[in-house]
Ligand binder design. Structure first.
Ligand code: PLP
Length: 393
């Protein structure tokens, strides 16, 4: 099936069980699919935009209420939609980071955090992970001490990912935030892998900023996301324009500078909005998702030589596995080499691993039904058995 001459329809989600680590939480709801067809045209949410001409004031569709709901959902005061978590980071660094400023992130931080610091001429510095691949409050304190000695000032901003993208490990956000505040550093809570799939309480954690990704974890189209903050910081990050045309004397109302006035003006925003009721409901069922993830992880552990590189027991549905002593041993002798594993999976309807991966790979079971989980387990075990890898239990 084709959308146009050179554009094939994407059928992955219809034909396969997709365990791609970054795609699981961004799969659209049926309501989002309906909304994106209805609002596919360019500036489609602007039909009823009236004074003061800003996205978050639009009443029809209820974009204004959605902004309030988002803030409430994250237990923060004010929220704005942004074009991806990365644009949320950039809004914060654009406000607070000056040329030469030290900014902390972590040894497991996402590249977009680095880039958001770099864009401002800031110096990204990593809080080291410990031997368990965790970021702790103590490591944060130590790094701030070192940085302060070297730069003559503490970092204005610290990024902390609640769950990192490499291991899906849970880091000591609460400790990190407490420690950072002791040194007067603000903290950006990166919820790319939490906001929209498990409950997030920004105020409870005392986060200064909460950032989420619509397309990673809120069942929304890309690029979409959310930046939420407190009333106090909102006056800074969401400051309004004072620009004036020197020839025309034009002014530009209350457009927010970091938002470039308006952000998501069509399909991305209505996609987020349409999925939001389901998203609010699904975060209550995180335990069910964890139970599913643990079933798959335990099945993998039962395949001899397979190691779980993520923390165990799992606290997230994203997991990093090492099969260099199981499936990779098969790959070395197999006629398809490294591709034997991912092609065996695909033949059985499972996709989402990097083609050819047999050593270290990641998967995410978020959103699978129990039946799909049981099928996935059977597939992993069948492939092991067919290739004479012993299974315990
Ligand atoms: C995916 C991811 C991002 C980037 O999110 P976008 O919404 O695509 O900008 C940032 N941080 C982490 C930890 C991520 O996993």
């Amino acid at each position: 099936m084709k959308c146009s001459v050179d554009l094939e329809a994407r059928e992955i989600e219809e034909l396969y069980i997709n365990i791609d680590p970054i795609q699981a939480g961004g799969r659209l709801t049926i309501d989002a699919m309906k909304a994106i067809i209805a609002y596919g045209d360019g500036y489609s949410v602007c039909d009823n935009c009236r004074k003061p001409f800003r996205l978050d004031y639009i009443k029809k569709p209820p974009v204004d209420a959605f902004h309030r709901d988002l803030a409430h959902f994250l237990h923060m005061d004010v929220a704005r939609v942004v074009a991806g978590a990365r644009r949320g980071f950039q809004t914060v660094t654009g406000t607070y980071v000056q040329n030469g400023d030290p900014v902390l992130l972590t040894s497991l931080s996402h590249y977009t955090e680095f880039l958001s610091v770099e864009a401002q001429g800031g110096i990204p510095l990593e809080i080291p992970k410990n031997s368990d691949n965790l970021i702790t409050g103590d490591a944060t304190a130590e790094k701030i001490e070192t940085v302060t000695r070297e730069y003559g000032r503490s970092p204005s901003l610290v990024f902390i990912d609640h769950f990192d993208y490499q291991y899906g490990n849970e880091h000591a956000v609460r400790d990190v935030i407490r420690v950072a505040h002791q040194y007067d550093s603000m903290v950006l809570y990166n919820g790319a892998y939490t906001v929209g799939i498990l409950p997030v309480d920004g105020k409870g954690l005392e986060a200064d900023f909460v950032v989420g990704s619509g397309h990673k974890s809120m069942a929304a189209p890309a690029p979409s996301g959310v930046l939420a903050t407190t009333h106090e910081h909102a006056t800074e990050v969401f400051r309004t324009t004072r620009a004036k045309g020197d020839t025309t004397n034009r002014t530009f109302g209350i457009k927010e500078i970091e938002m470039m006035g308006c952000t998501l003006m069509g399909v991305t925003l209505v996609g987020m909005m349409a999925s939001f009721p389901s998203v609010k409901e699904r975060v209550k069922h995180w335990e069910r998702e964890l139970a599913n993830a643990r079933i798959v992880v335990d099945a993998l552990r039962s395949i001899e030589g397979t190691k779980i590189l993520s923390e165990y027991p799992r606290k997230h549905t994203l997991t990093r596995v090492d099969t260099s002593q199981s499936f990779d041993l098969v790959a070395q002798k197999h006629k398809k080499r490294g591709f034997f594993f991912t092609s065996a999976l695909r033949d059985r309807g499972i996709v989402g691993l990097i083609p050819g991966a047999t050593k270290v790979w990641k998967f995410n079971t978020y959103g699978l039904t129990r039946r799909q989980v049981e099928y996935l387990v059977k597939v992993f075990r069948d492939i092991a058995r067919e290739n004479a890898i012993p299974i315990s239990g």
